[in-house]
Design a protein around this ligand. Structure first.
Ligand code: C2O
Ligand code: CU
Length: 576
């Protein structure tokens, strides 16, 4: 009998093995070392966080269904590190989400941590540091997931390019962190440069003779660390351009001179295609656009990115669309593409409204179980400038939530959940009469499989007549962006929610003095950050934490919880 059962087991294992190899999903093994190095992202030397000696980090390329098996060694010497896989939902592997204090303990200098997770859906993603301000220090790279073998995209193209946008300061991330945490706060200011695939030009502009600025014309050989990225194209073809923004602060607008773009993907989901001259892209967003090389092939064209939503003190970033056989060293003769005025919010809202799900995409549940309104305010705590949500400024605990909730470790974070509403009668159009708030580490406990609406409510900041853009990003899920509105959200506004074709995304922006409504199903066991993707804002407390179905989490590796109170627990249990 026993032998028979064993044979049966072997049979099952073999069969399962055959089935899974038939789908050709692979385990992709990667070994990374994270290390500081000298680099000149924009012509001025500074230090960046590099991966295997590369800045930006290596592009990960996988197919839907593959498992990444990534051994990450921290060679930073002075600080911990974690990496978040932005847009990957980590279904069944919440401990691999790479958020310090939330999903795992920071990886100590010299230690190696194994990230093992499935990339279950094709799309354009990226990864970045999620500890301190390591994203500002340059810890990021692209993560591209192609459709599974034998499957096809819902659109056709002849070739593709990948662009990761970021912003760069000459002041190091540690000093920026101290500035932000000082009393009074010292604001980091606008970035010195915008980077395309880690390349920008600070001291000069390639397009200098088109602007009335005093910038000198760059004399680049092409081999410099800050030489522009070049997209080599053949005439009369269709190209897919993948774009993601990992900026610490800047909201951007991207255009290709003389070329239209057809938007087909947003945050790893298909959208109903629409054609535009340029696209807005906020930190945390990713898109795919198609463009046709239908212009004269005897010249080259600019691809440019400019700042939106903040009075720009940063020159645009350029890349060059190089029509073969024209030489890449011939600069475009036409001026860089025009970009909308930085404060033309109507323009940005019109763009946001064009983004709709491709027919046949997953539809949102028509009703919700819980509605949480998150009031975003800039506040003070004992004279320190902070961002607060419903008057609570997120202060992350030293023991990561995932372990402390899973194992019921007491006193690891505030037992009281933060409120579902801001203070009653709050006037979002004016600076608060009493702008003081408190620190908190409480968690929004969501009922497993429930449908949750979150209304992100913007407000006036500390200064009169200032309200900023905040792109909010949710870990572990996509949400449907069901509505935008002006002023204060009222319950009756919910009647106008778009439940027919809302885009399914992981990042949604709130406009000055407005609100944005998202809906999602809390169906992924784990603990998940939901925060403004502007790094200094997150650092100043602009985020919340959601938890759902944590009792269902399996296979939490000890390495993810070997710190703080869960670390003590492991020692007591003799498992560490
Ligand atoms: Cu890309 Cu929590 O962020
Ligand atoms: Cu923000």
């Amino acid at each position: 009998m026993g032998v028979f059962v064993d044979l049966l087991l072997v049979f099952i294992l073999v069969t399962v093995g055959i089935i899974s190899s038939a789908t050709a999903a692979k385990v992709r093994h990667l070994k990374w070392e994270v290390e500081y190095m000298h680099w000149s992202p924009d012509g001025q030397e500074g230090v960046v966080i590099a991966i295997n000696g590369q800045f930006p980090g290596p592009t990960i390329r996988a197919r839907a269904g593959d498992t990444l098996h990534l051994q990450l060694t921290n060679k930073l010497h002075t600080e911990g590190v974690v990496i978040h896989w932005h847009g990957i939902r980590q279904i069944g592997t919440p401990w691999a989400d790479g958020t310090a204090s939330i999903s795992q303990c920071a990886i100590n200098p010299g230690e190696t941590f194994l990230y093992r997770f499935k990339v279950d859906r094709a799309g354009t993603y990226f990864y970045h540091g999620h500890y301190g301000m390591q994203r500002s220090a340059g810890l990021y790279g692209s993560l591209i997931v192609d459709v599974a073998e034998g499957e096809k995209e819902k659109f056709e193209y002849d070739g593709e390019f990948n662009i990761l946008l970021s912003d760069w300061w000459h002041k190091g991330s540690h000093e920026q962190e101290v500035d932000l945490s000082s009393k009074p706060m010292r604001w980091i200011g606008e970035p010195q440069s915008l980077l395309v695939n880690g390349r920008g030009q600070f001291n000069c502009s390639m397009a200098a003779h088109f602007s009335n600025s005093s910038a000198v014309q760059c004399k680049l050989r092409g081999s410099e660390q800050y030489a522009p990225y070049i997209l080599k194209v053949h005439p009369n073809k269709t190209y897919r351009l993948r774009i993601a923004s990992s900026t610490a602060l800047a909201s951007l607008n991207l255009a290709i001179g003389n070329h239209k773009m057809r938007v087909v993907e947003a945050d790893g989901n298909y959208v109903k295609p629409f054609t535009v001259d340029n696209i807005d892209i906020y930190s945390g967003d990713s898109y795919s656009v198609l463009f046709r090389t239908d212009q004269s092939s005897s010249q080259n064209y600019w691809l440019s990115a400019t700042v939106r939503g903040r009075e720009p003190h940063t020159p645009p970033a350029f890349a060059i669309l190089n029509y073969l056989p024209t030489s890449a060293s011939i600069l475009p003769i036409s001026p860089p593409p025009p970009s909308p005025r930085w404060d033309d919010y109507a323009y940005s809202k019109a763009f946001s409204n064009k983004i709709r799900a491709l027919p046949g995409s997953p539809k949102p549940p028509q009703t919700h179980n819980r509605r949480i309104v998150l009031l975003n305010t800039q506040t003070y705590i004992n004279g320190y400038t902070k961002w607060s949500i419903n008057n609570v400024s997120l202060s992350l605990p030293s023991t990561p939530y995932l372990g402390s909730i899973k194992y019921g470790v007491g006193n690891a974070f505030d037992a009281r959940s933060p409120p579902d509403r801001g203070p009653p009668g709050y006037d979002v159009m004016r600076p608060a009469p009493n702008p003081n708030s408190t620190y908190g580490s409480g968690v929004y406990m969501l009922k497993f499989n429930s449908t949750v609406d979150v209304i992100l409510q913007n407000a006036n900041a500390l200064k009169e007549n200032v309200s900023e853009i905040h792109p909010w990003h949710l870990h572990g899920h996509d949400f449907w962006v069901v509505g935008y509105g002006e002023g204060e959200f009222r319950e009756r506004d919910a009647a106008r929610f778009n439940l027919r074709d809302p885009p399914f995304r992981n990042t949604a922006v709130i406009y000055p003095y407005g609100w944005t409504a998202v809906r999602f199903v809390a169906d992924n066991p784990g603990v998940w950050a939901f925060h403004c993707h502007i790094e200094p804002h997150l650092h100043l407390g602009m985020g919340v934490v959601f938890a759902e179905g944590v009792d269902l989490v399996q296979g939490l590796p000890n390495a993810a919880i070997a710190c703080g109170l869960t670390g003590e627990m492991l020692i007591k249990n003799g498992t560490h």
